[in-house]
Design a protein around this ligand. Structure first.
Ligand SMILES: *Cc1c(COP(=O)(O)O)cnc(C)c1O
Length: 406
C-alpha cells in the first residue's frame, strides 16, 4: 500500500481496525478460552477512554505521581559541538522510575482497577518492565506477579530487590535457558490459570489486540507534550524525530502524534555487535513476517518460525519482534527504520553525559547516536530525540567494559 492511500488526519480513528489490524499486522492469536476475556478488556478500554472520570484520574496521576509533563530540552552544547543542526531531547528519563515505561503501566493499572481485577501479571527480562509494573501495583493496591528467568534474576539483583520492596512477587522460571523467552511462556501460563481475577500487563506495543493499541495510546502523552513544548520553544515543529525501537512503545509514543505533520519520523533498532544472526535485534531491518507472542508482525525467526536469538548491549532493546504498527508504518513509508550499533550507542552515552550532564539509558543512546550522525550531515534544522530513560542502571556495565574512557 502506498502512503497516499492513508489519510493520517483520521488515522487514529480507524487504525487499528476493530479486530486489531494495522494493515496485515497485529490481530490476536490467543487460546480460545481467552477470546472472551480479551474482548472484555477491549470493551473496558473503550469505555474508560470516554469516561471523564478515568481521563481526569489519569491526568492527576501523571501530574502528581509521575511528575509530568517531562521537559523538552535544547542540547545547545551538543549541537554546537557538531555544527548548526539543533538537537532537542524529550526527557522521559525524568519520568518517575526513570523511563517512559511507567506511562503505560499506570494506564494498565488503572484499567485493571476499573475492571475489578485483584492482580496484575507480567514477565520481565532485565527487570525494567517488572519494576515499572510493581510501582503501578503499589500505587493502586493491586497484587503483582512478575515472572523472571533464573539467569536474569541472578544478573539483575538490584531490580529484583526493587520489585520485592515495592511488594511484588518475583516468580523464578527455571526451565530452558531461564531467560526472557521462558518467562514470557510461564507468565502466560500463570495468567491462563487466573485470568478472571487478574490481567496480563504487556510491556510494549506488542502482544495480542488490544495491547498494541492501548500501550500506544497511553504512551502518546510523550508526543503530545513534546509537540506543544517544541512549538512553544521554537515557534515550529521539529524537522525530524528520532526514537529507539525495542518492542516500540517509546517510539510509538513520540512518533504517532506527529503522523499527520510534515515531520520526518525515524526509529532506530539495535545492530548490537553486527549483522549476523544472534549479534543484533534489528527485527524490522533483518526480519520477516510471522506470528509470535499472539500477534503478526515482522520478526527475527529461524526456518521453523521459532524466534532467533537476539542481542543488544541495551537489554531493553533485545526483542526478536516489533510492534505491528511499526511494521505497518514502515510499509506505508511514513516512518523510516534504521540501526545503531553497540559502539555507536556507547559513544553517544559518553558524549551526552559529558556535554549536557545527562546520562541516557543505553537504549536511548541508540537514538542519540543516530541523531548525532544526522546532525553532522545537515547544515541546519532541528532533531527531537526521545530520551526514553536514564542511564544509572547501565553504569556498572559501562564502567566494567569501557572504564578506560573515563
Ligand atoms: C524498555 C526500554 C526501551 C525499549 O522499549 P520500547 O517498547 O521499544 O520503548 C527503551 N528505552 C528504555 C529506557 C527502556 O527501559
Amino acid at each position: 500500500m502506498l502512503m497516499k492511500d492513508v489519510d493520517f488526519a483520521v488515522y487514529r480513528k480507524n487504525t487499528p481496525t476493530q479486530d486489531g489490524y494495522f494493515g496485515t499486522y497485529g490481530g490476536a492469536f490467543i487460546p480460545p478460552q481467552l477470546v472472551k476475556e480479551f474482548e472484555n478488556i477491549y470493551t473496558a478500554y473503550q469505555t474508560i477512554c470516554q469516561s471523564s472520570k478515568f481521563i481526569s484520574e489519569l491526568r492527576r496521576i501523571r501530574k502528581e505521581f509521575q511528575g509530568r509533563p517531562t521537559p523538552t530540552y535544547h542540547c545547545e552544547r551538543l549541537s554546537q559541538s557538531i555544527g548548526n543542526c539543533q538537537i532537542y531531547l524529550k526527557r522521559e528519563d525524568l519520568n518517575h522510575t526513570g523511563a517512559h515505561k511507567l506511562n503505560h503501566c499506570m494506564g494498565e493499572g488503572l484499567l485493571a482497577k476499573y475492571m475489578g481485577k485483584k492482580k496484575i501479571i507480567a514477565e520481565t527480562g532485565a527487570g525494567q518492565h517488572g519494576v515499572a509494573l510493581a510501582t503501578a501495583a503499589a500505587f493502586f493496591g493491586l497484587k503483582c506477579d512478575v515472572y523472571m528467568g533464573e539467569v536474569d534474576i541472578a544478573k539483575q539483583a538490584p531490580n529484583v530487590a526493587r520489585m520485592k520492596l515495592l511488594g511484588a512477587r518475583v516468580i523464578p522460571v527455571s526451565h530452558g535457558l531461564k531467560t526472557l523467552k521462558e518467562a514470557v511462556d510461564a507468565a502466560f501460563e500463570g495468567y491462563l490459570n487466573e485470568y478472571e481475577e487478574s490481567i496480563y500487563c504487556i510491556g510494549s506495543v506488542v502482544g495480542p489486540h488490544p495491547f498494541p493499541l492501548m500501550v500506544r495510546d497511553f504512551q502518546s502523552v510523550v508526543g503530545i507534550e513534546a509537540r506543544e513544548q517544541f512549538q512553544e520553544m521554537t515557534g515550529n515543529l521539529p524537522d525530524t524525530i528520532v526514537a529507539c525501537v525495542g518492542g516500540g512503545s517509546n517510539a510509538a509514543g513520540i512518533l504517532t502524534p506527529f503522523l499527520n505533520d510534515p515531520v520526518e519520523l525515524i526509529g532506530v533498532e539495535p545492530l548490537g555487535a553486527g549483522t549476523e544472526v544472534g549479534q543484533h535485534a534489528a527485527s524490522l531491518t533483518y526480519g520477516s513476517e510471522g506470528i509470535m507472542h499472539g500477534f503478526r508482525s515482522i520478526m527475527l525467526q529461524d526456518e521453523k518460525g521459532e524466534p532467533s536469538p537476539v542481542y543488544s548491549i541495551a537489554s531493553g532493546l533485545d526483542y526478536p519482534s516489533v510492534g505491528p504498527e511499526h511494521a505497518y508504518l514502515r510499509d506505508l513509508g511514513r516512518v523510516r527504520y534504521t540501526t545503531a550499533t553497540d559502539e555507536e550507542a556507547v559513544d553517544a552515552f559518553f558524549t551526552l553525559s559529558r556535554l549536557e550532564g545527562i546520562i541516557p539509558a543505553l537504549e536511548s543512546a541508540h537514538a542519540v547516536a543516530y541523531a548525532i550522525k544526522l546532525a553532522s550531515e545537515r547544515p541546519s534544522g532541528s532533531i527531537l530525540v526521545n530520551c526514553s530513560g536514564r542511564g544509572d542502571k547501565d553504569l556498572d556495565y559501562v564502567l566494567e567494559h569501557y572504564g578506560d574512557r573515563l
